[in-house]
Design a protein around this ligand. Structure first.
Ligand SMILES: Cc1cc2nc3c(=O)[nH]c(=O)nc-3n(C[C@H](O)[C@H](O)[C@H](O)COP(=O)(O)O)c2cc1C
Length: 322
C-alpha cells in the first residue's frame, strides 16, 4: 500500500532545474525522426518535452545544412531541448556556450547510443565505462548556465551494470535530470527493459529520473511507473508511430486524428525544409502511422512513388481520410 502511494501519476507537471515541464511524459530523441515539426506535434499532444535528434557537439563548428536542419527551431517551440553527442569535455563546453545553441533551454547529453562507430569514438554508451570523463562533460555543459540532462543506459552488458555509480556521478556533477533506458548496450533495442536497474537509479539520486524502454501503451507506461518509481516516462519508437499516445497517457483530450496530424505536419515541414526532406520525413511518418492498418500494401507503394508534395497530400488523403 505504501509502495502504491509512492507511484507518481502520469501527466502531472514536473520541475527540472528551473524549468517546468507541463507533463512528465516525454518524447525521446530519435535520430532520423524528431525534427522540428514532429517535436511541435508531440508537445501539442501532451509531451512535457521533446528532443532534437542527436547532434554532434564537434560538428557544430561546421556550417553544414544537415546540422542546420537538426537544430532548426522557432518561437512555436516553447521549450527547446537539444541532444549532443561527443566525447571531449572541451568540445561540449564550446558547443554549449555557442551561439548555435543560444535558443535552446536544455542540453541533453547522449550517454546511451550503442552504435559501433559511436562507441569506438568513445561517445554515447562508451561513456558508461569512462565515468570521470562523463562527469567532466556534464560539468562542462553546466558551465553554460543551461539546464543539463543525461540520457543513458544501465551498462554495457549484464556483467558490467554501472547504473548506481553512474547515476550518483550524474547528480554529483550537476545534472538536473536523467533518463534511464533500461537496457544494456549489447541489448541494442530489443528485449524487456531491466526495470530493477531503473529503480536503482531512482533510489540513488534525488534529481528527477525518467524511465525509458518499450513503452507502447498506457498499461506499459503504468507498469514502468509502478516497477521503477520513476518521476515520469520517456517514449521513443511508439511515440513516433502513434503520437496520439501522448494525449492518452497525459489524459489530455484531443480531436486530432492521424489524418489531421499528417496534414499539419506536411504544412509545417514544407514551411521549414526543402521538398526532398519533406518527402522523406512525411513518407516515414505516414508509413509508421499505417503500421497497424490492414491491407495497405498498394497504398504504401503509392506513398513511396510520390515525387512532390501535392501528390503526397493526395495519397495521404486517400489513405487516412476515409
Ligand atoms: C531509429 C532510432 C534512433 C534513435 N536515436 C537516438 C538519439 O538520437 N539519441 C538518443 O539518446 N537515443 C536515440 N535512440 C534511442 C531511443 O531514444 C530510446 O532510448 C530507445 O529506442 C528505447 O526506447 P523505446 O523502446 O521506447 O523505443 C534511437 C532509437 C532508434 C530506434
Amino acid at each position: 500500500m505504501e509502495q502504491e502511494s509512492k507511484i507518481k501519476k502520469l501527466g502531472t507537471p514536473i520541475t527540472v532545474g528551473n524549468i517546468r515541464f507541463e507533463t512528465n511524459v516525454l518524447m525521446a530523441p530519435l535520430a532520423g525522426y524528431t525534427c522540428f515539426p514532429f517535436r511541435l506535434m508531440a508537445r501539442k499532444l501532451g509531451a512535457g518535452s521533446a528532443y532534437t535528434e542527436m547532434v554532434s557537439a564537434d560538428g557544430l563548428k561546421y556550417n553544414d545544412r544537415a546540422t542546420a536542419r537538426l537544430l532548426f527551431t522557432d518561437e512555436r517551440e516553447k521549450l527547446k531541448c537539444v541532444q549532443l553527442l561527443g566525447s571531449q569535455p572541451t568540445v561540449f563546453e564550446r558547443a554549449a556556450r555557442s551561439d548555435r545553441l543560444a535558443a535552446f533551454d536544455i542540453i541533453d547529453i547522449n550517454m546511451g547510443c550503442p552504435v559501433p562507430n559511436v562507441v569506438k569514438a568513445g561517445e554515447g554508451s562508451a561513456l558508461l565505462e569512462d565515468i570521470p570523463r562523463a562527469s567532466k562533460i556534464i560539468e562542462a555543459c553546466k558551465r553554460s548556465g543551461k539546464v543539463v540532462s543525461v540520457k543513458c543506459r544501465i551498462g554495457m552488458n549484464r556483467s558490467k551494470i554501472v547504473i548506481e555509480e553512474f547515476a550518483k556521478m550524474c547528480e554529483d556533477s550537476g545534472a538536473d535530470m536523467m533518463t534511464v533506458h533500461g537496457r544494456t548496450r549489447d541489448m541494442m533495442y530489443d528485449g524487456e527493459p531491466l526495470y530493477e536497474y531503473i529503480k536503482l537509479a531512482k533510489d540513488t539520486v534525488s534529481i528527477p529520473v525518467f524511465a525509458n524502454g518499450s513503452i507502447d501503451s498506457l498499461s506499459k507506461a503504468e507498469e514502468m511507473m509502478a516497477k521503477t518509481g520513476a518521476d515520469g516516462v520517456m517514449l521513443a519508437r511508439y511515440g513516433f508511430e502513434n503520437p496520439l499516445v501522448f494525449s492518452e497517457l497525459t489524459g489530455r483530450k484531443t480531436s486530432e486524428t492521424k489524418y489531421s496530424l499528417l496534414t499539419e505536419q506536411l504544412e509545417v515541414a514544407s514551411e521549414c525544409f526543402d521538398e526532398l526532406y519533406v518527402l522523406t520525413y512525411i513518407k516515414k511518418l505516414c508509413s509508421y502511422f499505417m503500421k497497424k492498418l490492414p491491407g495497405t500494401k498498394s497504398l504504401k507503394m503509392d506513398l513511396y512513388r510520390c515525387g512532390n508534395v501535392s501528390e503526397l497530400s493526395k495519397v495521404i488523403k486517400n489513405i487516412f481520410d476515409r
